[in-house]
Design a binder for this molecule. Structure first.
Ligand SMILES: CC(C)(COP(=O)(O)OP(=O)(O)OC[C@H]1O[C@@H](n2cnc3c(N)ncnc32)[C@H](O)[C@@H]1OP(=O)(O)O)[C@@H](O)C(=O)NCCC(=O)NCCS
Length: 148
């Protein structure tokens, strides 16, 4: 089960960023996001070690939820951490009255694409030449309309 990140949790998320991304977001940027009323940061801790295993960052702006970041520390991968974070995000977006959740992902990021598809996200369209290296972004969406 994930929880809202604050305080030292923000520094722990910055550490995960360094382990997982080529251009990591730093602590002060993450802290500014945590202070933004439209942004939410959630993480999941290992019950034994107390380590932050994974975290996600997303916006909730009226009817739209957008996943900005999700990552799992390498040694905790393929254990359902990111899937659990996404399940909690989906429940939060639904409870917040969102109509849809969307995200963009590098075309080459097969692992993340499999993760999103496993949670019901569907390919919507391509943003060509989106990333700095010329790679395309795929936009995926999950509609929450008509959900109970
Ligand atoms: C993508 C990422 C978040 C997945 O985290 P994770 O905690 O290992 O994912 P889960 O264990 O919850 O995986 C759930 C399902 O997603 C799919 N999946 C996850 N990683 C996968 C991979 N590398 N290859 C293929 N399928 C994958 C599988 O269907 C998996 O279920 P299974 O293990 O029963 O087959 C993780 O690899 C990561 O941090 N990558 C670097 C950061 C990144 O690219 N983030 C996404 C863009 S912001």
């Amino acid at each position: 089960m994930s929880e809202k990140l604050w305080g030292t949790g923000i520094d722990e998320a910055a550490y995960l960023e360094e382990c997982c991304f080529r251009k990591p977001w730093g602590s002060s940027f993450l802290a500014s996001l945590a202070d933004n009323k439209f942004m939410r940061l959630r993480g999941t801790y290992d019950a034994e070690s107390g380590e932050l295993m994974g975290y996600c960052c997303y916006s909730v702006i009226f009817e739209d939820c957008e996943l900005m970041r999700i990552c799992t520390q390498p040694r905790f991968r393929r254990k359902g951490v990111a899937a659990g974070l996404l399940d909690d995000l989906i429940a939060d977006a639904r409870a917040s009255g969102c109509d849809r959740i969307f995200l963009e992902v590098r075309k080459s990021n097969r692992g993340a694409i499999s993760l999103y598809e496993s949670r019901g996200f569907a390919y919507s369209y391509t943003r060509y030449n989106y990333y700095e290296n010329g790679e395309d972004a795929l936009v995926y969406q999950l509609s929450l309309k008509g959900d109970a």
